[in-house]
Ligand binder design. Structure first.
Ligand code: HEC
Ligand code: HEC
Length: 416
């Protein structure tokens, strides 16, 4: 993938620049120098962590993090408060937030599936299917870019506009019904105290605005930190919480033979990571040889990856490496949900690219000219494959994220 100074420029001018006190150095490229996920590589710059001030009458949010671990970046104009997170939680689970009142964020982001939806591609409120697979939401605030292939979407406040108002595809489908949807929250007696508590700094007649809705949703999603996997116990708490198969799988994951860590490095296992005290961030996008439809590197026309954004040939099929945290729960896999199991994902990498043998997208991804050199193929035994999957499934699953009541459905009735 080529460098694109344009995006770097956009990032500097865009919202990210004003969300931190110190300028962050952005670098968009596909070669990751970090060999291992070591806390020293990623965690410390020595800069003090800054926390935006909360308005009088609000309760500052307290992050649940391993000792010494930096919180995510919080924009100065949307400080984290307990009250906004609670309002955002209600909005996240409320189908009143869709144009036709039938769908909420949670319909595509289920807590028990690490906030994915088990579908290959998501279905919006009007029944229209999109082209992309829903993404896990734990630790989303630490990502350097948001969604599968967009280098300029870096703030949750902006990303959330997409499912709410977007029309290609329609997700919540609010475009055209903006006033009507907002009026539902004005009319619902549940929300008056929630908005009053979340925005004590404004008058009663200035409440229930779209900015407040989006800011609260962003606070809720930003609050979903997830550092309670067995891997985290080992890496950040010094406790040996992995079984022998998982340890063997971890060694394979970080081996030069398999190369996984070159793209899925760092605390998120995604190659990208930004915190409130990062000095330098990476924004990786790679082509993994999932398709080669015409023998010249083409991906399906509705899902061309970064190329759709930059129009540069070298960006064809380049996607952001997804975080592998909770990956045991986020099937089916890849940007279009086109791989069912983790075993099949590993087989595609071992082959050096996926073979699609029939259908409109038939082709051998191994020959894709835009494929990353890190997807070169490797030998792997059945036992090693089982160990690698045991690591991905067992060591990277955070049981707290999946059940914590602070991120659960406030409208759910008592268990039957
Ligand atoms: C119709 C299903 C659907 C709905 C409804 C939906 N999402 Fe998503 N979400 C997705 C899909 C699909 C993606 C990946 C989008 C892409 O790459 O273009 C995504 C991506 C995201 C991401 C980016 C995650 C990352 O790692 O970069 C966030 C954050 C998010 N959604 C939050 C929300 C919130 C908040 C709402 C409610 C306002 C919501 N979503 C509603 C399907 C949905
Ligand atoms: C060249 C960089 C690169 C390498 C090397 C790499 N990955 Fe990936 N990985 C990606 C990208 C990019 C995606 C998303 C691709 C897409 O959707 O088109 C991905 C997707 C995945 C997924 C699907 C996750 C999901 O939520 O859909 C899994 C699982 C995965 N990789 C595991 C591995 C393992 C295990 C290895 C080592 C054998 C590995 N990766 C090596 C970049 C890489």
């Amino acid at each position: 993938m080529s460098k694109a100074p344009l995006w770097v420029g956009l990032l500097w001018l865009g919202a990210c620049g004003d969300s931190v006190d110190e300028p962050i150095e952005h670098d968009t490229h596909d070669h990751d120098d970090h060999d291992h996920d070591t806390t020293s590589d990623w965690m410390t710059t020595g800069e003090p962590v800054t926390t935006p001030e909360v308005p009088a009458g609000s309760t500052p949010w307290v992050w649940d993090l391993p000792e010494g671990f930096p919180p995510p970046v919080v924009p100065v104009d949307n400080p984290m408060t307990v009250e906004k997170v609670e309002l955002g939680r209600h909005l996240f689970y409320d189908p009143q937030l869709s144009g036709n009142g039938t769908q909420s964020c949670a319909d595509c982001h289920h807590q028990d599936k690490a906030f994915t939806d088990a579908l290959a591609v998501s279905e919006g409120s009007t029944g229209e299917f999109g082209t992309r697979s829903s993404m896990a939401l734990g630790n989303v605030a630490y990502h350097t870019t948001l969604t599968w292939a967009n280098p300029v979407l870096v703030r949750l406040e902006e990303q959330i506009l997409v499912p709410v108002f977007g029309e290609f595809p329609v997700e919540l489908g609010v475009a055209g019904s903006e006033d009507e949807v907002l009026q539902r929250f004005v009319d619902d007696p549940l929300y008056a105290p929630l908005f009053a508590d979340a925005f004590p700094e404004v008058g009663d007649d200035e409440r229930v605005t779209w900015d407040q809705v989006i800011d609260s949703l962003a606070c809720f999603v930003r609050s979903m930190v997830s550092w309670n996997t067995p891997y985290d116990d080992l890496a950040y708490r010094g406790e040996l919480a992995l079984n022998p198969a998982e340890i063997r799988g971890m060694d394979l994951f970080f081996s030069e033979r398999l190369e996984c860590h070159h793209c899925h490095g760092g605390p998120l296992f995604s190659g990208s990571f930004v915190t409130s005290n990062s000095a330098h961030i990476e924004q990786p996008f790679f082509n993994t040889g999932l398709y080669d439809i015409d023998g010249e590197g083409s991906y399906p026309p509705d899902n061309v990856g970064l190329y759709g954004f930059t129009g540069e040939a070298g960006d064809m099929g380049a996607f952001r490496p997804p975080s592998l945290r909770n990956v045991g729960l986020t099937a089916p896999y890849m940007h279009d949900g086109s791989i069912e199991t983790l075993e099949e994902v590993v087989e595609a990498y071992a082959r050096g690219g996926r073979l699609v043998s029939d259908g409109p997208y038939a082709g051998d991804g191994r020959d894709n000219p835009y494929k990353s050199p890190f997807v070169a193929g490797f030998e792997i035994t059945e036992g090693e494959k089982a160990d690698l999957v045991a690591f991905l499934r067992g060591a990277l699953t955070d049981p707290v994220l999946l059940e914590d009541p602070q991120w659960s459905d406030p409208f759910a009735g008592p268990a039957p």
